[in-house]
Write a protein that binds this ligand. Structure first.
Ligand code: ADP
Length: 333
């Protein structure tokens, strides 16, 4: 799967690592979030204290991990990385928290997938830099308080709505990352191409920008495929190479991938344009509801192919046009 799949090969991981901007100044786009983070880090620096806890929310590939690294880098603090799925017991979290060095930045990716018991431990840790550890079992069990080094938690989530309120409230600041516009994506690609030893002309760059789902990770991934194409076919990096490569990998004019298209065709053809409920949609395309809601839908809504109504998801007129299907009205005899 070329686009929204989140399983990255080793080569891709290495490439992503090399491409990550190291400072806010190098971070393309998201001017609002950048300004907010800059202020927060500067103020903390002036008072020589650990910056407030930060929640980064938004679809995959928009730069959450990158920003967590930048927070650590810009404030000159070490970074520890963990993820929700890796924290299945309060004890997993206790082990991480108790080993932090003063001022460390703790990044927890997919924080909405952490175990409940760990979430509760995190409340106290975030607020008072303290946790209670249970010692012993049964009637003789006692809780022993343990002081922690002050730290900054940076949580990332594709679903801020899934976080319990007490956890959400303990972040001093929540950044909502938006899909990138074409100009910003062009900058991402311009920056990445030389790192691949690849020259792509302006038109070629624009073509990728318009077909990467507003997502820097996908822009970089498509760029690699175009580079491969040009290499193998000994062509130059121009718009023809981009089109040929993207045709080969089934990326359509809007950048929709296989799952996007499965969702659209389900709504359009199986359910007559909708409304379709989320769970019905998920079963029909064989995906989890959470993936549909946090990965697929935000982009389809943003480019105006579907709308969310209280009764479910509905295809728009633009969707009928893009997929070349007559609307119910037009197809009346
Ligand atoms: P997330 O954690 O939100 O899934 P990442 O931070 O891992 O996303 O970003 C994915 C890739 O996209 C990385 O290789 C990163 O370098 C690139 N990227 C993301 N945001 C930007 C940006 N604003 N400017 C330049 N590159 C970016």
């Amino acid at each position: 799967e070329l686009t929204s799949s989140e399983v990255l090969s080793e080569a891709e991981l290495a490439f992503e690592g090399a491409l990550r901007p190291a400072s806010l100044a190098e971070f393309v786009g998201q001017p609002k979030v950048r300004g907010q983070l800059e202020l927060l880090l500067k103020a903390a620096g002036l008072q020589n204290r650990t910056p407030d806890h930060i929640l980064l929310a938004g679809p995959p590939g928009l730069g959450k991990t990158t920003l967590a690294m930048i927070v650590a880098h810009e404030s000159g603090r070490p970074l520890r990385t963990s993820s929700g799925p890796a924290i299945q017991h309060a004890g997993d979290l206790a082990a991480v928290l108790s080993s932090l060095v003063p001022g460390e930045v703790l990044f927890i990716d997919e924080i909405h997938r952490m175990a409940r018991s760990a979430e509760e431990m995190l409340y106290l840790a975030m607020e008072d830099f303290r946790i209670d550890i249970m010692v012993g079992k049964g009637a003789g069990a006692t809780s022993v308080p343990l002081d922690l080094a002050p730290f900054t938690l940076v949580g990332a989530t594709t679903r801020s709505g899934l976080l319990p309120n007490p956890l959400r409230d303990r972040f001093g600041f929540t950044a909502h990352l938006e899909f990138y516009d074409d100009d910003d994506l062009a900058k991402v690609i311009e920056r990445a191409a030389p790192m691949l030893d690849f020259q792509l002309d302006k038109e070629g760059i624009a073509e990728i920008s318009g077909r990467c789902r507003g997502t820097p990770r996908i822009a970089n991934r498509l760029l690699r495929r175009v580079r491969d194409y040009a290499l193998v076919h000994k062509t130059s990096g121009d718009v023809d190479a981009v089109r040929a490569a993207l045709r080969l990998y089934d990326v359509d004019a809007l950048g929709l991938d296989r799952l996007d298209r499965a969702v659209m065709s389900t709504i359009l053809t199986r359910f007559g344009g909708g409304p379709v409920g989320l769970s019905t949609l998920a079963v029909s395309v064989g995906e989890e509801g959470e993936t549909i809601e946090s990965v697929v839908e935000p982009f389809l809504v943003r480019i105006g192919l579907i709308t969310r109504t209280p009764r479910g998801r509905m295809a728009t007129e633009l969707a009928y046009k893009h997929f070349g299907i007559a609307t119910a009205q037009e197809s009346l005899p």
